[in-house]
Write a protein that binds this ligand. Structure first.
Ligand code: DC
Length: 219
């Protein structure tokens, strides 16, 4: 008998809390986690390091074929200049095709000992894993997301200006939602969670309630 793999897709815009939810679910259900945004950031960092012309889709795509999971483990990937480069190269169809293979292989081959996999991003439920048995799409008001991001930066000792954080968030929303290829949108079968007025714990409980209600969450 073939078992349904235990795969969770969590999508949503920047600053909505999908990374936090994905980490909590990964630990609760013992799943291997891939933050797909980190993949795009890791590729962006390679582009910067190797002085690759970011306008040249073919060159960026050939670099995308060299990605390994260890490339995503680097604290520098969280920096803004890397995020900005990531948003420039993420719309390239050839880049997305190369990273699609990486993400699907990760999803389908959990490491020994893991019960399954969880991926968070923008297009995991719609494009990367349309057959994932569990899909969540998180959303929240842009002002609330910007406020959370602003407070997080202050906590990390970074001197930020709220108006700039909000403007950056609006620009990234537009880029993510309006791009032609793999735009940010909820899959028709995704569970929608508006996190605007929910705590991290509330969001986690909603997601767990949905997973635990399923006939056999572990396949
Ligand atoms: O979620 P993040 O900020 O780490 O994402 C970095 C960039 O990668 C952002 O510009 C959106 C893009 N991205 C994407 O296009 N598709 C994904 N599945 C994940 C991220």
């Amino acid at each position: 008998m073939t078992q349904t793999p235990f795969i969770i897709a969590v999508d949503g815009p920047a600053g909505v809390g999908k990374g936090t939810l994905a980490k909590a679910l990964a630990s609760h259900y013992n799943l291997a986690l891939l933050e797909t945004g980190l993949l795009y950031r890791a590729l962006a960092f390679k582009v910067i390091l190797n002085n690759v012309d970011a306008q040249n889709e073919d060159e960026v795509a050939s670099l995308a074929h060299t990605m390994t999971a260890s490339d995503t483990v680097n604290s520098i990937l969280r920096q803004d200049h890397v995020a900005n480069m990531a948003s420039k190269i993420a719309p390239y169809p050839k880049v997305r095709a190369a990273l699609l293979d990486f993400q699907r292989t990760f999803a389908r081959t959990p490491p020994p000992g893991a019960n399954g996999t969880i991926l968070d991003g923008r297009d995991v439920g719609t494009c990367v894993l349309p057959d994932a048995p569990f899909k969540f799409f998180l959303d929240a008001d842009v002002e609330i997301r910007a406020k959370r991001r602003y407070e997080e930066l202050l906590l990390r000792g970074i001197d930020a200006i709220y108006a700039n954080v909000l403007e950056d968030m609006r620009v990234r929303d537009r880029q993510d939602r309006e791009r032609e290829i793999s735009p940010l949108k909820a899959a028709s079968d995704a569970v929608l969670i508006d996190t605007s007025h929910l705590s991290i714990g509330d969001v986690f409980e909603k997601a767990c309630a949905h997973i635990d209600r399923a006939p056999d969450p572990k396949g």
